[in-house]
Design a protein around this ligand. Structure first.
Ligand SMILES: [Ca+2]
Length: 264
């Protein structure tokens, strides 16, 4: 009986750990008994798409999704974690990016994915480690502009909107380092209908150069609270992963998640 009580006491004192918590890819790991880390899975609405290139359960080395992707190997398919089924595919081996612990590495030449289902989004936020700047770098192919993020060697969107870098408005491209790259379209009616991902399929010279670790798209503008949580989540998760310590330090001093990752 004494041991049974001890066992129950241990069970009650153990932290409630969800599947994604405490994993090696977190830049911060929950301490026992501390509050649960917040993730985009805790959002209740507005998710359009969520690619998490740290989650090997969502990446495949074949387009059928039967062979799990591994670090150092290729990725032929990413499954959308938003629940909307916007999975993306690349059949041609030479066009498949490489899986790394720092996200998917795109060669800037012809690596890209295609979505079989288009989606509409007004807000985009990503963790990337851009390579050398090139003209008209593309992350998404859309209908009303040639790509949503990426301009002529800078971060200007093609047809209006606000760009954020590490939580502050900016249009400066941070070549060869990590940064959070976000875009909000000006109005709900100015949403983009996205057709391709991580490549501008209209111009073959405009492939994304560098790493893409995570991409989140929302159907509507987030509240400031949600945008801050998304920024805090990405900054703390990917800080130091690619050898750069610029994500958390890059957040503005007044950012609510400057000193700790968001919790539930
Ligand atoms: Ca290639």
């Amino acid at each position: 009986m004494r041991y049974l009580l001890l066992l129950i006491a241990l069970m009650l004192s153990a932290p409630c750990v969800r599947a994604q918590d405490g994993a090696a890819w977190w830049g911060v790991v929950e301490a026992a008994g501390s509050a649960e880390l917040w993730t985009p899975a805790d959002m209740t609405n507005n998710q359009a798409l969520w690619f998490d290139m740290a989650d090997l359960d969502t990446m495949w080395s074949d387009t059928n999704g039967t062979v799990a992707a591994t670090n150092g190997g290729v990725c032929a398919r990413i499954d959308d974690k938003s629940g909307n089924g916007i999975n993306v595919y690349q059949n041609t081996g030479a066009k498949q990016p490489t899986v790394t612990t720092g996200g998917l590495l795109f060669d800037g030449t012809d690596d890209w994915f295609e979505s079989t289902a288009s989606f509409t989004a007004q807000f985009f936020l990503s963790y990337v480690k851009g390579g050398t700047a090139k003209n008209w770098m593309g992350m998404f192919t859309a209908t009303t502009s040639e790509c949503i993020l990426g301009g002529s060697g800078d971060l200007l969107p093609f047809s209006g909107g606000t760009v954020w870098v590490n939580g502050v408005t900016s249009t400066t491209y941070n070549a060869n380092t990590s940064f959070l790259w976000g875009l909000q379209r000006p109005t709900a009616s100015n949403k983009e209908r996205v057709l391709g991902v991580e490549y501008n399929s209209r111009k073959s010279s405009r492939a994304w150069p560098g790493y893409i670790g995570e991409v989140l798209c929302l159907t509507a503008s987030p509240t400031l609270e949600i945008r801050n949580k998304l920024e805090g989540y990405l900054a703390w998760k990917w800080d130091k992963i690619n050898g750069d310590t610029v994500l958390v330090t890059g957040l503005p001093s007044a950012h609510p998640y400057k000193s700790a990752a968001p919790t539930q």
